[in-house]
Write a protein that binds this ligand. Structure first.
Ligand SMILES: [Zn+2]
Length: 994
């Protein structure tokens, strides 16, 4: 069934075509704001080449302004640079979340959620003596928006920051029996007595405005006001009950659980900013948007709440397929990277299958920047109002059905104790209305409730819809049939909906966008997976609509965690509900390209994930105006993975299969350096091409001394002559320039001239190459073929790799790849090295190693060096080439403060000649060269006083002691800087002139 699973993944990638075509990363999961989408005929590459912004014209309230357009991949073109806001991982909004805080005033429990149409969250706070709704945000918001609006005037004074729960029960609870509802939620005596404490007459002088509350906090897409009131009160009571449970020791909601996370994508990040600018009624939208949105996109600083976070927008580099995919599927947590704790960085079990367990940067942002796993998609916007109506209707029908089909005796046993209970509690309520809740004995109420549940055959199951409790249905105790039927019905109709039952008392429905979801195979009752039916399905859509595959979000996988069968499971399937499509879906895109990754030390897979993105890739036809480094000659890996095939890596490879000898040889491969066979380099090993594109205006003269020139103007190539440029060939400043007409002429380039300049580079000493197991190294020597070691049958390796790289790094995957790869070269075959392949026969691989070992001879002395196995391993050339790093400086800019040369190639600066470099020079017997270096750096003439030893400003007379014994000396300017700094620290530095 391995081939079946492979086919399933193929169908998945066909459906979510982002993997097949880099430029069309699945739009439906990016929650694109439609107004930001450009027309179909806009070419992204063209916009980049033109260095233009990618603008959509919008008109709001007779004001026209421009917005950056969103490309189909969810990226934006700002001044010719393609940028993408990273997916932000924040706390989920439309879900009930309970947390507890302990401060000097004692324990406080806070439950939050948000009604789907609300401007501010619902925040219920429970403290020892009070239970109230925190509406401080509402007053803040009205202050922010209501500066010149008269309507807000009479609203503002009525809003207080705390509304007691009792007041809200008074306002909205007319139709709901509070005690009955709480009992139905399984509330204990403690809950009830705490409620009684809060049911005293409200202290509020002015009751809050009901409509204001409905509009700002309790806003639901429903017309039935009475129903909304019921929902408001049920939700508040539910949150209250949860608060009480946490108050008395229940675990609060988990902060790191992925069910409590919301992944904000481009649309979700940008639309509030646009909405905000428009709501502020600025006089100039364009200016206001430019200040907020465009500067955010340019700088990468995004404001979330009160804080601003840097690097939240990244530039999409088109260096390789994986690089692009990776930047679009990257997730960042908006937080301060210096103070972020370990918990935030760690993998939480609920992330399994949603987040790649290997791909994360090294250093400060470890664990704070993550990537989506291979088959993880982000839920798009669903028709929430419609689904809400449907669920409400279902609840209604369900309750009617129970009443109709229940024998009269059962109904009376269901209802009578509730009525009795209610009556007695109401009596208690009346007597204790002004006092402390001593009138109710908690244990007694508990006892009675337990008795009630024993008697009752039915259990109330509360339906939590997007963080709001909309009602309950009744089902038999210990029977999930009603729930299962409901869930299957909803799942069949809406593929991105989430329905789960974390407990017998709750069914949770989630419809909001930005939930990570992953597909799982549905296990049927009879067989593990109905492969016959799976085979019949021609597309992924068919699989989903036939119920063979379901999308689950973390709130669902949390519940069915132990009902997901792994790949190798072959036992009793009756206790399982789902099955993994393939375990390699644990990984994201780069990590799933590592063969035998499950045999490597996990840190190596993390490094490899970021290294794969740096590899130069062979691109059959690089876009004319895309700058970059390309591999000229590539091979598809002999040992590949399923995803490599699907990503098109086999068509656009990023490396070559090399014959590798693991040997310490001559010392030129010490410390991760690599010796390369010269004849391999001569044959084009890792030959690369660097493409530079020069974009010039055609106004005035154009000078360019490249060997090829591309000229584009308007829609036609004819216009070239109008510029007095040559028709075919001419000489400019003694350089011959050829004009070529591109076959695919881009439109709308007016008056721009593109000059393409391709440079071919052979592999040279200092270039960096790496295997897919993060065994990176730089070329230490390109060795003459005759000096390379050779086997008895005359094979000389392409590279020599130092054995010291293996024991401490434990990249067993690389050794396996080497052995299997060599067998592939012998058989002329390919090998599927996908991780977690249960069919992998390690004994057979060991056998290959023995069979393919040969006697090895030194190429220099000819002596026998023992039996060796030459592995065949896929190596990638990385973009770091020594030619880009090497630079010299003679005269150039200096720093103002220290007068030392600036550092860095781009600034025309120098290379730091530090302590270690100095030692190296001395060891080479070139000590005098150090003197030269120092003299070039910041030598200057400084006056020094022979009498007092200070540095007078003038040459003829010392300003400090008046002596005329001033000499001019040559010294590094750093000496004077040091003396001045010493003065600042109250220390006097004196020189003695000799
Ligand atoms: Zn002096």
């Amino acid at each position: 069934s391995i081939s079946q699973r492979k086919r399933l993944l193929e169908l998945f990638f066909d459906e979510h075509s982002y993997l097949a075509n880099v430029d069309r990363i699945f739009l439906d999961s990016m929650n694109a704001t439609t107004t930001l989408l450009p027309p179909d005929d806009v070419d992204v590459n063209e916009m980049i080449a033109n260095k233009s912004s990618y603008n959509a014209n919008a008109t709001v309230a007779n004001q026209s302004f421009t917005l950056p357009w969103m490309t189909s991949s969810g990226t934006f073109i700002i001044n010719g640079v393609e940028r993408v806001p990273l997916i932000q991982e924040v706390k989920a909004r439309n879900a009930i979340y309970v947390s507890s805080v302990t401060d000097e005033k004692g324990l406080a429990v806070v439950a939050t959620t948000r009604f789907s149409g609300a401007k501010i969250p619902t925040r219920l706070v429970l403290k020892a003596r009070e239970i109230y709704l925190d509406v401080s945000a509402i007053s803040r918001q009205l202050e922010e928006y209501g500066d010149d609006d008269d309507d807000d005037e009479d609203v503002l004074p009525k809003i207080t920051t705390k509304i007691p729960l009792a007041t809200l029960v008074d306002i909205f609870g007319s139709r709901i029996d509070v005690v009955d509802t709480l009992e139905g939620m399984g509330a204990t005596g403690a809950t009830l007595s705490m409620l009684l404490a809060s049911l005293r007459p409200s202290d509020m002088e002015v009751p809050p405005n009901r409509d204001t509350l409905r509009e700002n906090i309790f806003n639901l897409p429903l017309d039935d006001m009475e129903l909304i009131d019921d929902i408001i009160i049920t939700t508040l009571l539910y949150m209250f009950n949860e608060c009480v449970l946490v108050y008395f020791g229940k675990e609060p909601s988990s902060r790191d659980n992925y069910a409590n996370k919301w992944l904000k994508t481009s649309g979700d990040i940008i639309s509030p900013i646009v909405a905000d600018v428009i709501s502020r009624k600025a006089t100039n939208y364009a200016k206001a948007l430019d200040a907020k949105l465009l500067s955010m996109m340019r700088t990468g600083n995004i404001t979330v709440g009160k804080r601003t976070y840097a690097k939240m927008v990244v530039q999409v580099s088109k260096r390789s397929t994986f690089d692009v995919l990776s930047s679009v599927r990257k997730i960042a947590i908006p937080c301060d990277e210096n103070s972020a704790g370990v918990g935030m960085r760690q993998l939480h079990p609920s992330q399994n299958g949603f987040i790649c367990l290997s791909e994360t940067p090294e250093g400060k942002t470890t664990g704070l920047v993550k990537s989506l796993a291979l088959t993880c998609v982000i839920s798009p916007k669903l028709d929430t109002p419609k689904i809400l109506q449907r669920v409400l209707r279902w609840i209604q029908r369900q309750r009617e059905k129970v009443h109709v089909h229940t024998p009269a005796t059962q109904m009376s046993s269901l209802q009578s104790p509730i009525i009795q209970r209610r009556a007695s509690l109401h009596r208690n309520l009346d007597t204790s209305s002004d006092d402390e809740p001593t009138g109710v004995d908690a244990t007694k109420v508990d006892e009675m409730l337990r008795a009630l549940y024993d008697e009752t055959k039915y259990v109330r199951t509360w339906v939590v819809f997007d963080g709001v409790v909309i009602g309950y249905f009744l089902s038999n105790v210990g029977d999930d049939e009603v729930y299962e039927k409901f869930r299957n019905g909803m799942k069949k109709r809406y593929k991105y909906i989430s329905v789960s039952n974390p407990s017998k008392l709750i069914v949770e429905v989630r419809t909001w966008s930005g939930r990570p979801m992953r597909p799982l195979l549905v296990v049927s009752d009879t067989s593990p997976v109905d492969w016959r039916r799976v085979r019949k399905c021609k597309s992924w859509k068919e699989l989903v609509s036939n119920g063979l595959v379901e999308y689950l979000d973390p709130s669902e996988t949390n519940v069915v965690e132990d009902k997901i069968a792994g790949l190798g499971y072959d036992g009793d399937f009756s206790k399982f509900k789902y099955m993994e499509i393939h375990p390699c879906t644990l990984f994201g895109i780069p990590a799933s390209l590592i063969p035998f990754a499950n045999h490597n030390q996990s840190a190596r897979n993390i490094f490899a994930s970021s290294m794969i993105k740096q590899a130069m890739q062979l691109v059959a036809n690089p876009p004319l105006y895309n700058e970059g480094k390309y591999l000229v000659y590539g091979q598809r890996p002999l040992v590949d993975t399923i995803t490599a095939d699907m990503l098109g890596l086999n068509d656009n490879p990023n490396g070559i299969n090399l014959v590798v000898c693991v040997l310490a040889y001559t010392g030129y491969n010490m410390e991760d350096a690599i010796i390369v066979n010269k004849s391999s380099v001569d044959n084009g090993l890792f030959l690369s091409m660097v493409r530079n594109v020069h974009n010039k205006s055609t106004d005035g003269d154009v000078f360019y001394d490249g060997d090829e020139m591309l000229l584009v103007e308007g829609d036609e190539a004819k216009k070239v002559t109008a510029m007095k440029l040559p028709t075919q060939q001419t000489t400019f400043n003694g350089v011959t320039i050829t004009r070529t007409t591109p076959p695919d002429m881009p439109s709308a380039h007016d008056g721009r001239l593109f000059v393409k300049d391709d440079e071919y580079r052979a592999l040279s000493v200092g270039d960096k190459i790496a295997s897919r197991h993060a065994q990176k190294g730089i070329i230490g020597r390109i060795m003459d073929t005759n000096d390379m070691p050779f086997t008895g049958d005359g094979i000389r390796p392409d590279i020599i790799f130092n054995p010291h790289g293996i024991p401490s790094r434990m990249t067993m995957g690389q050794l396996l790849e080497g052995v299997v790869g060599t067998q592939c070269t012998i058989d002329g075959s390919f090998f599927d090295g996908t991780s977690f392949n249960e069919d992998l026969d390690i004994d057979a691989i060991l056998e290959m190693e023995r069979n393919n070992s040969r006697e090895l001879y030194s190429g220099m002395s000819g002596e026998y060096m023992g039996d060796h196995h030459l592995g065949t391993i896929y190596y990638m050339p990385l973009k770091h080439q020594s030619k880009d790093k090497v630079y010299v400086r003679w005269i150039g800019p200096n720093e103002l403060f220290s007068r030392q040369p600036v550092a860095g190639k781009k600034k025309g600066g120098g290379l730091k000649f530090g302590e270690m470099e100095m030692d190296a020079m001395i060891s080479h017997g070139a000590a005098n060269a150090i003197n030269d270096t120092i003299r070039q750096s910041d030598m200057c003439k400084i006056s020094a006083c022979d009498t007092c030893g200070l540095f007078p400003a003038v040459e003829d007379e010392c300003g400090v002691c008046g002596s005329e014994d001033v000499v001019e000396m040559e010294a590094p300017y750093s000496l004077k800087v040091f003396a001045d700094l010493c003065k600042c620290a109250n220390m006097l530095m004196k020189v003695k002139v000799e």
